[in-house]
Each structure stands twice: as C-alpha cells, then as structure tokens.
Design a protein around this ligand. Sequence first.
Ligand code: ZN
Ligand code: ZN
Length: 253
Amino acid sequence: MRIVADLHTHTIASGHAYSTIQENARAGREKGLQAIAVTDHGPSMPHAPEPFYFGNLHTIPDVIEGVRVIKGVEANITGPSGTLDLPERYLERLELVLAGLHAESIRPSSVEENTSAILGAVRHPLVKILVHLGNPQFPLDYEAVVRAAAQFGKVIEINNSSLVRSRQGSKANCLAIARLCRRHGVPVVLSSDAHFSGHVGELDEAVRTAAEAGLEPELIINLSMERVVGILRTSGARVSARDGRVRDCAGSE
Ligand SMILES: [Zn+2]
Ligand SMILES: [Zn+2]
C-alpha cells in the first residue's frame, strides 16, 4: 500500500508542535510523499494561531521541497451543534478543512452530546475530513457518524498517532470505525497527525488497521493524488477553465 499524501500535519504555529512547514515538506519528500497538508489547530486551542494566520496561508508556495503543500486547518468543534472555531470567511479560503473534538476546546460529554457535535460538523459544507473519531475520551455512536458521513460525502480519518503515540485506547474504536466505513462505503484517509517533522508520513499502524478492517484500496483517498485533489476545494484543485481538467494533480504547474 503506497500512500502518496499525508493530509494531517502540524507546525510550530500550533504552539505545541516542533517543526516548520519547510521541514515537514522536506520530511514528506524524503518519505516519498507527493503532498502534505498543513493543518494547524484552530484558534480555540491554547497557543494555536489567530484566524489571520489561516487567512494568510495563500502566501506560501504550492510546492515546497518538491512536495505539494495543501493549505488547511484542523478546526475545533466547540459546541454540541458542531460549531467550529474558525469563522467561515477563513474556512472558505482554505483548500482542506479537518474537524475534530479536543478536550481543550469542548468538554467531553455523553455519547449523545459528543455525537451531536460531530454530526453538526458533518453537515458543515466546508468540512471535508473528520479526525481521530476513535478517541476514547469522546465516546460516539459510530454507526450514526459513519452513516451521516456517507450521506454528506465526508471522509473519515484513521489517525496513526492515536494508534502509536496519543489518545491511548483508540485501537479497538478505530478498527470498529474502519469496518463501518467499509460497510457503508465511506472513504477514509490515513494520516500521521505529525507534531514533529520526523513523524510526517508515519502511517504504518493506520495502514495495518485499514488492512485489518478489510478496507478496499478504492476507499482510501490518499493512495492516489487524483483522489486527494478530488477532495480539495476548487481553489486547490485548480481546475482549468479551458478543458475542465485538473492540472495541478502532482503539484507542479
Ligand atoms: Zn496538536
Ligand atoms: Zn486533533
């Protein structure tokens, strides 16, 4: 299984991560990736960047160290109706919006309330990927979440860091979610959630979990740059006005 893009990485801008965009891009190249997404935490996380940081990401080149750098955010869900911590006018300028639950931004609650928060984010038109749903700190009705993801065309992440470094006790949940994705035909991404450049592209446990769940390669978005580009907002996909074809697939123009 050859992963071509790592769609969840953090930089020093997150306040608790330790590498720059350039270092992450270089690490991605060394791991053989064609793309990485820069997805720093939304502003409600302590020491996370202000909205203006996300508004200015367009100044970064599309290709750094030979790797396509996708500009995104890991937005925090901040309330039971799925509100996000980055205003819409910033979200809509980004190529990729991830959304997830973090105890720094929302209090862990009952299965009903946690699920309601996630379902609100699922219905948000600018959210594309739901991250680390297997976190045992936030118990969820996985069946309801995966069904909603199928209905609203969202992608579910299998977070490698949850399996090797953080959010202990995620493994059985992640496997259950992956099996539901298979059953309901929901696409997944395998992501590192790197907070240090050395962890960019580190995906072995996520790959193992996907295999254990029997996920068909067709459902794994980041096995193909074409599929990755397909989930970006059109600003990132750079669809040619002339022939309607995506011309920025592998990152060069
Ligand atoms: Zn973090
Ligand atoms: Zn997270």
